[in-house]
Design a protein around this ligand. Sequence first.
Ligand SMILES: C[S@@+](CC[C@H](N)C(=O)[O-])C[C@H]1O[C@@H](n2cnc3c(N)ncnc32)[C@H](O)[C@@H]1O
Length: 270
Amino acid sequence: MSAPTWDPAQYLRHAGHRARPFTDLLARVPGLPSEQPRIADLGCGPGNVTALLAERWPTAHITGYDNSPEMLDKAHVEWEGRTVGGGRLDFSHADVRTWAPSEPYDLIVSNATLQWVPGHGERFAEWVAGLRPGGSFAFQVPGNFDAPSHVLMRELAHSARWRGRLAETLRHDDAVSAPAAYLEALTGLGCAADVWETTYVHLLTGADPVLDWVKGTGLRPVLTALADDEEAARDFVAEYRTALRAAYPDTAHGTPFPFRRVFAVARKEA
Ligand SMILES: C[S@@+](CC[C@H](N)C(=O)[O-])C[C@H]1O[C@@H](n2cnc3c(N)ncnc32)[C@H](O)[C@@H]1O
């Protein structure tokens, strides 16, 4: 399975709803050990949530890492440079599967990315080792792989019409761990860990808003696999849209979209 191609504009269409878990995550990150903290954001995407780190730590040197040229282009243009508090925000190409701290970090953070990184739990030891004493590792991953949005996508991808092209495209069981497993992994590394889950009920607006949402994220592997066949992509999306309409009915106030997410903040002993 090759890496999906990202579309920053599509991804940013629900930026407000998508940023909420990140601000909830940051609210639980304790103070950092340095006056001018060094911060890494793994899988920074288009950089808009990376920029929120500069609001909380205005003197920090923050680097967002990503392996999507499309996302990095957007981040460079929109967000790179000095921050108002005299810190710096920059972006760099890196693969989170192999990224390792090359200097001491005060905070390593990752939002809505580790579900794309198979075996990410095996990287935790190296990342925690790269933190300064008193520094933190904080992440958020979606925990919605059994939600209708994903189940319907997988069922369709495995149906007779699509399985030949898409059966290997979507991950499921191994994408993220249970909260208790993350807690065990992080405490096992000697950290004080705070792990929790939240189900947001996003109230989306507009036509077929759940489809519009997943076109920016969960559907990327399918859209990438069918990128060379416009008609097939259109057909898949049409079938999926019909199923989503039944699963997420429109109401007088919009379309409620329940979305479970898992959070972890691990502080290295000072
Ligand atoms: C859903 S977006 C999240 C972006 C951003 N953190 C946010 O919260 O808006 C996932 C990002 O992870 C990046 N990504 C996925 N796998 C990656 C990998 N192995 N190395 C680096 N970046 C990766 C994608 O390119 C994409 O920008």
